[in-house]
Design a protein around this ligand. Structure first.
Ligand SMILES: Nc1ncnc2c1ncn2[C@@H]1O[C@H](COP(=O)(O)OP(=O)(O)O)[C@@H](O)[C@H]1O
Ligand SMILES: [Mg+2]
Length: 262
């Protein structure tokens, strides 16, 4: 038995806009944190439209999902999948179809069971779908921190602002921005863009990820950063992982250049 039980940090990944990179950032950051020796459980909260299993390359292995734990059909130990690429990374799928018996109470009870598992987790990362719907409410009822994923477009920035206000009303005090898909050629240009995003949203910054086409092809093949080649991307996720663990790390450490999009 564990004499000092782990304190599990529960972090939700959100934005009320789709396509900004929530699932991509959530899955790759989970791998980056796992590679730093912490036990991470990835939970897909996109009920009825699950896709994190595809991004994480685990779709062939999914048998059970979070509703099986919530409704006591199966134990947490049997429902979660151990990732073959990292002994510290675990995965729990969302139900394939929407289960309308799922509610905040059932979701919370599933997360509590997972937190209480024998070996425990340092982190539970919950990927939510776009929009301010039930899945976000479920996740907000168990999370202590929200990473709001934003890309540098006016619509995504407005969505980040609204999402932050919503989560603040739901009692999530620790809300942080992850600026994804950064472009602009130079780091200095990107920094100006980031300051303007922080200013508009009034949310503190957690980290940045450059735009990189390798993330698109990797996402389509279920490949995570442990098998990617771009130093810009792998360093960016390692920076984010270090900051998630509370270590000091420069925002753009190891990020050499940013793509210029016309
Ligand atoms: N930093 C990035 N650079 C390039 N493409 C990205 C990046 N992050 C995400 N993408 C791509 O953007 C699309 C949407 O990403 P996804 O993670 O599914 O978004 P969401 O979960 O917010 O809907 C995918 O094709 C993904 O590969
Ligand atoms: Mg997604």
């Amino acid at each position: 038995m564990n004499s000092t039980p782990l304190v599990t940090k529960v972090i939700l990944f959100t934005s009320c806009k789709g396509g900004v990179g929530k699932s991509t950032v959530c899955a790759n950051l989970a791998m980056a944190v796992a590679r730093r020796g912490k036990r991470v459980l990835l939970v897909d909260c996109d009920f009825g439209n699950r896709c994190l299993d595809l991004v994480a390359g685990l779709s062939d292995e999914v048998v059970y999902d979070i509703s099986d734990i919530a409704f006591g059909r199966i134990s947490g130990e049997r429902a979660i999948i151990q990732d073959s690429r990292s002994e510290n990374l675990f995965f729990l799928a969302a139900p394939y179809g929407f289960d309308n018996r799922m509610n905040t109470f059932a979701f919370r009870s599933a997360i509590r069971k997972l937190i209480a598992m024998e070996d425990g987790f340092d982190f539970i990362f919950i990927d939510t779908p776009g929009g301010i719907g039930e899945p976000l409410l479920f996740a907000a009822s168990v999370a202590d921190t929200a990473y709001i994923v934003v890309e540098p477009t006016r619509t995504a920035i407005r969505a980040a602002e609204r999402t932050s206000e919503f989560l603040s009303r739901k009692g999530i005090a620790k809300r942080r921005l992850i600026v994804n898909k950064l472009t602009g050629g130079s780091v200095n240009k990107a920094k100006k863009e980031i300051i303007s995003i922080i200013d508009t949203t009034s949310v503190k910054l957690h980290g940045v990820i450059p735009y990189d086409p390798e993330l698109i092809s990797a996402g389509n093949q279920g490949i995570l950063i442990d098998e990617m080649l771009s130093f810009n991307v792998t360093n960016a996720f390692d920076n984010l992982a270090a900051r998630t663990l509370g270590e000091g790390r420069r925002l753009f450490a190891g990020i050499k250049r940013l793509r210029k999009l016309k």
